[in-house]
Design a protein around this ligand. Sequence first.
Ligand SMILES: [Zn+2]
Length: 1146
Amino acid sequence: MSQQGYVATPPYSQAQPGMGGYQGGFGAGPAQPPYGHYGGPPQTFAAPPTGMMKPPVPSAAGMPPPPASNQYNPNVQQNGAHPQRYPAPPADSAYGQPLQSPYNSMVSTAPPPAQQLTNQMGSMNLGNYAPGPMQSPPPPTSSVIQQPFQTPPAMGQPQMPPGSQLPHMSPPQSPQASMQMSGPPMSGQPMSGPPMPSQPMSGHPMPSQPMSGHPMPGQPMPGQPMSGPPMPSQPMSGHPMPGQPMSGPPMPSQPMSGHPMPGQPMSGPPMPSQPMSGHPMPGQPMSGPPMSGPPMAGPPMAGMGRPFPGPPPAGPGGFQQPGLGAAGPPGYPQQAGQFGGHMAGPQPGPQPGMPGAFPGAPGGLAGPPQKKLDPDSIPSITQVIEDDQVKRGGQVYSTNVRGQVPPLVTTDFTVQDQGNASPRFMRCTTYSLPSTADLAKQCQVPLATIIKPFANLPKNETPLYVVNHGETGPIRCNRCKAYMCPYMQFIDGGRRYQCGFCNCINEVPVFFFQHLDHMGRRADFFERPELSLGSYEFVATLDYCKNNKLPNPPAYIFMIDVSYNNIKSGLVKLICDELKTLLENLPSEDAAESSAVNVGFVTYNKVLHFYNVKSALAQPQMMVVSDTAEMFVPLLDGFLVNYQESRAVIHNLLDQIPDMFADSNESETVFVPVIQAGVEAFKAAECSGKLFIFQSSMPTAEAPGKLKNRDDKKLINTEKEKTLFQPLKGVYEQLSKDCVAQGCCVDLFLFPSQYMDIATMADVPSHTGGSVYKYNNFQVETDGEHFLRDLRKDVQKSIGFDAIMRVRTSTGFRATEFFGAVHMNNTTDVEMAAVDCDKALTVEFKHDDALSEETGALLQCALLYTTVTGQRRLRVHNLSLNCSSQLSELYKSCETDSLINFFAKSACRAILNQPLKNVREILVNQTAHMLACYRKNCASPSAASQLILPDAMKVFPVYMNSLMKMAPLVASTELSTDDRAHQRLLLMGMGVEDTQLLLYPRLTPLHNMDVNAEAPPTPVRCSEERLTDSGMFLLENGHSMFLWLGQATPPELIQSIFNLPSVAHLQGQICALPELDNPLSIKVRSFIDGLIEKRPNSMKLNFVRQKDKPEMLFRQFLVEDKGLHGGASYMDFLCYVHREIRQLLT
Ligand SMILES: [Zn+2]
């Protein structure tokens, strides 16, 4: 059986003859008058490039593609069977469903009664993170819970007395510099006033007249004293990189001490993968002595046991001690159990428990001699990724099957929309919901979907069709307001339809009437995206527009902090130069068109300078607003302009800005008034848009939103640590609301040299769908290109503005929690000033009632937004899930990458309200609980010593352990508060791809790269053990990138990559590889460039030599190892979780 347990396609696909889809596509059809793009681009659904798609037939388990209406299916053989894509449902069903019986019946044999655990686990009630006192989890009463990490030598900090310091590099933590207000009056005083006569704006600051109170040129204000000595730009060597925790002492709150675990005979190596008859069983018992052989890497073993070798011998050797593993019994005795796949080892004698599992454990703690744990024998993420790529890569994934689990986010595949949204738009933690709330509670697997409504689609996938019903607008259910979609069931000869979400019977509007065929399907099924596709758009009518007025195209305002530091560092000039080319590439819906997005420019320090760049002007004009208490925009006409029309004036301005402030030594800035100015400008122009703010210091100037240093490392590990993550309220809170109301998204580019209170400064961006970029100790030479790549990506991103989203569900469950860079005024409407292609929202569901296994569970995400051309649209994504009373179905249909996205976001939210320690405990407990419930209810009986993981979740513990080592969740005084706050906010907006990569960085060997191979080199496990002295490795996690060079890297390799004689010659600040004309150099650079291009954020390439001090920065990304700031190694964590599971089960 080549499929893993969770794939389970056959029964479904066979039962779905009609779902086979129409590969021919919509494209070739004759005119479809009423719809915009529908039927437009002929490439739609057309065959993708050779090799990308497999023929449709195999994907539908042998069913030929269904006949589609002729006009749409020119390329596909018709079988005349008139398949229904959504077979007629039972009378009360709104959505036909696949036959499930074969599947269910197979599984039903497996799970033992689930009740036993229920009480136990129910009483623990590990729930969500509730603000405030935790009702649920680990009350000290539970020994199970209280033990976390209190076993033997602390994870990662063997023999280190608490508080002892590892060598570390600490980030510069200069106290907030207090700026002296003194010094000479600013040479560049606030400028204002009368439109500048067309004087050239040159070299020196323009004479200026600050304006206060009212918009128009006011009286000149006397020279304002300027703030004091400019802060030197504080260049730092070895500066911390954004988001990179610096090394430090072990995580204090997790002392691992305590007793050795009673002998846990972790036994039995796995059997070599035996073909299993019958259905795949997900269970993977892990047991036994280390396998050196076919362990995890083996062929996909559905339900096959995989060994979890016993812990290593006690003593210093710990896991490192070689030899023992190899000594394990060669055979793979079979485990008792009806599946034959579950293996218990030969029970080579009880193995000592956990203690030995912690490297460095004092010998005394350990029990009897232990077997070495072979790291290769525990589930590997890289292996799982590779297996999925082999199995599903290069294939077409048709979304015609309810509850189908998509390929992994890391797999290359092509999506064909056949009635459910592409996994690029929506992914779920499980594709089979438990049918009752009790079951959901019992297993504690979060039920959630991660929605990335604007996800970029690869070029070979069809862009969304736009449906235009003219003045009538989209058709919606009268009761629940769900939009017309494939889950509406037409009845009564086509005159009425039943809503799949609320079951209400609605009249079909006259203009929309269509006859039904003998299968009960509308004759125009294939002509209307809203009947046959998972995702599409509607043109919205005036009813969907603010004030019943069609929106104007959005605008982008560039707001540049021109305080001393930014001028001196060259940042201002860098930005201005870049904008001249960047503005040529503002987003448009159709690449051929010029952009409709207007642009505006503001510079600021303590005061704001607005620029009139009207095309008619020969020179730009500056107006200054120095009264920042009541922000207003001093000019309307000429502030927001079309770039193409005003190009000359804008270039003139951009040329002059760096010089205008060259002599300024104003080092104080404002911040809130800058955003307020943007909101006011949009308000005046009646548009939405985005602010690009470039700021390098905390706003300390006297103005609303003035901040002071509130960083306090003493709070770490206390009840008050959460306050470090909490934004200041007051004016910031109101500002977020104002921004959302106006559709004003804020993107923040920060260039800090010290604490900036990012928790507060990034609050508005994180509620408006904005992004926050941070470049610590920015230097143009080394960070400039990195920053510019980010800026370019950001400006050109596909994006929607002034958005409001609603997630509807069929009866029995509903959306209860929303995690993302969003704002919520009520419990159901998600408001986003903007949402771009990289932002994802994670939505959690709870049961209201029992769900029907027959009709399944339906989701509809409807997003109302304004396009970059100013059109109001509704984007609809539909997804149908299975429901089952068998928990084994749920576990089989889990998606680990989505689960970890949910946990990451919920934990990041929880730390705003709870001590970190509680949050970590909840994470561990819930992990153990989910796995214990599986073990209890779904796995075949086996020795308690075996760790059995559901196949679809077998690498979940790696991710979970990595999550707990993320900067926001680690209470270490060595980490910068801003870095932690920044990472927390980043995580909140991430989609599944991003959290996957962040939590498990790619470590790719480059030294043995085949320069002729097309495929990129295969990553290795993220552990120090995988590094070799003579190797060169690239590590990246979507935010940081390192090229690691072993001490013994051959000189030839260094020569061909760096043009240097040896590793030792690699000195100073290199920020890019030299362009050398040899195959290896070309290959390596193209690989790196490809990654940078592919990720949402650009990454700076850092060079690290083995054993150099900066290697610490790199090592913290080796997530299978012990954390530099505390946190267990993967192996230790797995042992720990195993022990927790055993406790839950006894
Ligand atoms: Zn309805």
